[in-house]
Write a protein that binds this ligand. Structure first.
Ligand code: ARG
Length: 573
């Protein structure tokens, strides 16, 4: 059990013993400042209000009943009735290393919808946030023992595909190979768009091909499949370069829901949720009415009979709740799709596609901005391809790594540059509050100082070098810890909070909390290392062993935390 959970349990028991009603929460939280102890229990104020009594006296009554022998060394009442708890050094020392165990008594089936690019074009920076954040949460929940199903809801079924397969037919007709024609997907898209806009005959064919494709025409399907195969291979290559865990088996594209769309529609019509409106089938949602009281419309079938993005998302819900048996479904999608997600969720519940106990969560995020504060674009205003972004990150990192450590072997440089460059991009994103926009800034993300990936990777290499110098293997190193210096205690307390932080991120899906934690951990390690010599002559053996143990735990926790963010560490940099 985490320290926090232990304290919650004990404080709740003390509150009960002090005659406080059960519905008053203990409000245990980390203290903001060292003079307020390590943790605070702030429940006395709320309880006093409910009971119409004096909060300081109630805090006193809680303390009298609080059983923290061997856990806390000091309890203090501050201000209007805060209880400041200072933990005992021995307790912290004993619990170090217990982090390794994480048995989950309540594993859930979690479906995570992330990345989900449209296949018509090449992946661009607009897909980066969903890909990075979703992958981090998938890793974290898996680490916690949940059964995670990654779902890449790729867009492969819209009107654009009629245009693209008409274009492909044109190329193949001229004897060109599909691979070659689709070598540059971005260019291919532009060509087909040009044809579509300029040539009415081509446009008519493109429109006819969408309908044929969706009704299963073999010729169109074949062309479409060629296009999809190339586009998917391109995306998977990018996932590998980004150290993102999405593979072919995680793809459940929009087209895969095609066969259930009629069923979705008839279920909605039968329950009078979808009604006729100007030839289309529309669900009107009072729950999302505008300020004039007009319900929010969601079209599920166009007047021509075509289905839409919303229709496949409803069928998709049925798949996730049905065959995938989800307890919790997470969507990592741009904030601009918030209304769409609300409409889908509300309709899915009303139609009984999703039972009340299944949690539906849209975890939205803001936009990646350029230095000018506008959405991140190339100099000429085009979208930035992810493939190009990755190349630039690695190049920039290589330059830095060479500069910092000219003695590294050439093959090490390439490996390190990749980990540093990719880590920098990911961490820059993950460390910002998810819901805000953020500015993409190469210099800031590749800095070796501050809350950056290179700083954390560097802190890790410093610890590894201590062990190399000592000639000891850090893996499996184990020695009893005694906490003498304040920096040792601060570091131990940080180390012990790892699982608490993971619990929080697992619940609210804000990965920046984990980043902030790792940054604070690395900083606590650096202060410890400055104040508390480890290998220096004159340090007695048991102190050295104890400090090496703190070093080993710091390295392991940093590496584990970064791994959950999808960021790799290295021996040297
Ligand atoms: N393909 C969509 C886009 O690029 C994102 C899909 C997100 N997932 C979903 N189930 N709607 O905007």
């Amino acid at each position: 059990m985490s320290i926090k959970d232990t304290l919650i349990e004990r404080v709740s028991a003390a509150m009960q013993a002090a005659g406080i009603p059960d519905d008053c929460p203990p409000m245990v939280a980390l203290s903001g400042k060292p003079q307020f102890g390590d943790y605070q229990a702030n429940g006395a104020m709320g309880a006093a209000k409910a009971m119409k009594t004096n909060p300081r006296e109630l805090a006193q009554a809680i303390i009298i009943n609080l059983q923290l022998e061997g856990i806390a060394e000091r309890l203090e009442i501050a201000g209007p009735g805060f209880i400041n708890i200072t933990l005992a050094n021995e307790y912290l020392a004993q619990n170090l290393g217990a982090n390794a165990e994480h048995i989950n008594d309540n594993p859930q089936n979690v479906v995570i919808d992330y990345s989900s690019p449209n296949l018509a074009k090449e992946m661009h920076v607009g897909h980066l946030r969903s890909t990075i954040i979703g992958d981090a949460i998938a890793r974290l929940l898996e680490y916690q023992g949940h059964r995670v199903t990654r779902q890449n809801h790729m867009g492969d079924w819209g009107t654009q595909f009629g245009m693209l397969i008409a274009e492909l037919e044109l190329h193949l007709g001229e004897g060109e190979q599909a691979d070659l024609a689709l070598n540059d997907l971005e260019l291919f898209y532009q060509q087909s768009k040009k044809h579509f806009d300029a040539d009415p005959e081509f446009a008519d064919k493109a429109r006819a091909y969408v309908v044929k494709l969706q009704s299963g025409d073999a010729h169109c399907r074949k062309l479409w499949q060629k296009f999809i195969d190339v586009s998917v291979a391109h995306n998977i290559d990018i996932y590998k370069q980004l150290n993102v865990g999405l593979r072919a088996e995680h793809i459940a594209a929009e087209s895969s829901y095609n066969d259930d769309l009629d069923n979705v529609l008839s279920a909605l019509v039968e329950q009078s949720l979808a009604v006729d409106s100007e030839g289309a089938k529309v669900v009107f949602l009072d729950e999302l009415a505008d300020k004039n009281g007009d319900p929010s419309p969601m079209i599920v079938q166009k007047s021509g009979g075509g289905f839409l993005y919303a229709s496949s998302d409803l069928a998709c819900l049925r798949y996730r709740v049905g065959p995938l048996q989800a307890n919790r479904i997470l969507y990592f999608i741009d904030a601009r799709q918030s209304l769409h997600m609300k409409q889908v969720f509300i309709t899915g519940r009303k139609a009984n596609f999703v039972p009340p106990e299944v949690s539906l969560e849209h975890h939205a995020f803001g936009t990646m901005m350029g230095a000018d504060g506008k959405p991140f674009k190339t100099r000429s205003g085009g979208t930035i391809k992810l493939a190009d972004l990755v190349v630039e990150a690695v190049e920039r990192a290589e330059y830095l790594v060479r500069d910092k450590n000219p003695d590294l072997a050439e093959e090490d440089i390439n490996l390190i540059a990749r980990k540093v460059g990719i880590g920098a991009i990911k961490y820059a994103d993950l460390s910002k509050t998810r819901t805000n926009d953020y500015i993409f800034d190469w210099d800031a993300m590749l800095s070796f100082e501050g809350n950056t990936s290179p700083y954390l990777q560097y802190a890790y290499t410093r610890i590894r070098s201590i062990f190399r110098k000592a000639g000891i293997q850090p893996e499996g190193f184990s020695a009893p810890v005694t906490l003498g210096q304040p920096q040792e205690k601060t570091l131990a307390l940080k180390l012990l909070q790892f699982n608490e932080v993971l619990d929080q991120v697992a619940a609210d899906c804000y990965p920046h909390t984990l980043c902030t934690y790792l940054y604070e951990l690395a900083s606590a390690f650096m202060s410890f290392y400055e104040q508390c010599p480890v290998l220096k002559e004159g340090v007695d053996n048991s102190t050295r062993q104890s400090r090496l143990q703190l070093c080993a735990l710091s390295a392991a926790t940093l590496a584990q935390g970064l791994d959950l963010l999808g960021i790799e560490v290295m021996e040297k940099m």
